[in-house]
Design a protein around this ligand. Structure first.
Ligand code: BEZ
Length: 266
């Protein structure tokens, strides 16, 4: 079991920069994550009494639903700010780095929604998930797949290059192909029962600037004001022809990988 990890930073560190989360921005701009989750929740099919780990639980929106299904759920996230919101919901949560899971055969299922793509060494995460599951335990979830939010990633690289930076270091999300992800799961002893590419255009209900400030904070935080606002406007201007329709409605193009796998019984 993890001990208290209050010294962990409220971030996800990548090779280039650090992603920090604001609970209020996440509540305003991250609603789509919960809205898109019904199919994977059905795939998880939590049962009363099952011990389930919600990996990258964020503010606990889905953790609460797993609990409501009668499961004994533990939420785990690296963001202290998002976990504070989850704790206010009365959920059992811990701050920990998913790269260093030290549970041994403790869970019937590990669930992860829209979190794995923030993790820089997925092989470490999946190794820890395999160890944390009981033999025959389920690993169910969704992450960004190859080409996810491609316009956003390309705009960030273009702006980075225009400012003299290295475009290939502008973003570091893990968006694997189905082949890459299946190979990784198999390497750690998982039998893959479902692995589907799910393309989806997701309307931005608040505003594009807010979405970028929430989900690409690692990129914009490297600039001081007033440059930061200029960079944000440049990115929005680059995205507008592709992501904003003639009615002024914005949407981002998600390509998610939805998976269900079973840990070997050995
Ligand atoms: C997503 O797939 O939900 C996502 C991935 C990276 C940044 C923002 C959203």
């Amino acid at each position: 079991m993890h001990g208290p990890l209050s010294d962990l930073p409220n971030d996800v560190s990548g090779p280039t920069a650090t992603q920090r989360w604001s609970a209020s921005d996440f509540a305003k701009n991250g609603r789509f994550i919960h809205d898109m989750a019904a199919p994977i929740f059905a795939l998880l099919a939590p049962k009363p009494g099952e011990r389930i780990l919600d990996l990258g639980c964020g503010d606990g929106t889905l953790t609460a639903e797993i609990e409501a299904a009668g499961a004994d759920v533990l939420g785990l996230d690296i963001s202290a700010e998002l976990l504070a919101v989850a704790r206010m919901k009365g959920l059992s949560v811990q701050q920990a780095d998913a790269h260093a899971l030290d549970y041994v055969q403790e869970f019937d299922a590990v669930f992860s929604n829209a979190a794995l793509h923030w993790m820089q060494s997925p092989e470490l995460v999946i190794e820890g998930v395999a160890r944390a599951l009981r033999p025959g335990g389920r690993f169910v979830g969704e992450l960004g797949g190859h080409g996810n939010i491609a316009a956003v990633a390309t705009a960030l690289r273009a702006v980075e290059k225009a400012r003299g930076g290295e475009p290939e270091r502008a973003v570091s999300w893990y968006f694997p192909t189905t082949e890459e992800f299946e190979t990784l799961l198999s390497e750690f002893g998982f039998a893959v029962h479902e692995l589907a590419v799910v393309p989806r255009s997701t309307p931005i209900k608040a505003d594009m600037e807010g979405w970028l400030r929430t989900f690409c904070r690692f990129f914009f935080d490297r600039f001081e004001e007033p440059e930061r606002s200029d960079v944000l406007k440049e990115v929005v201007a680059l995205l507008k022809p592709s992501l904003c329709d003639t009615q002024g409605l914005w949407a981002v193009n998600h390509i998610r990988l939805r998976f269900s796998a079973e840990r070997s019984t050995a």
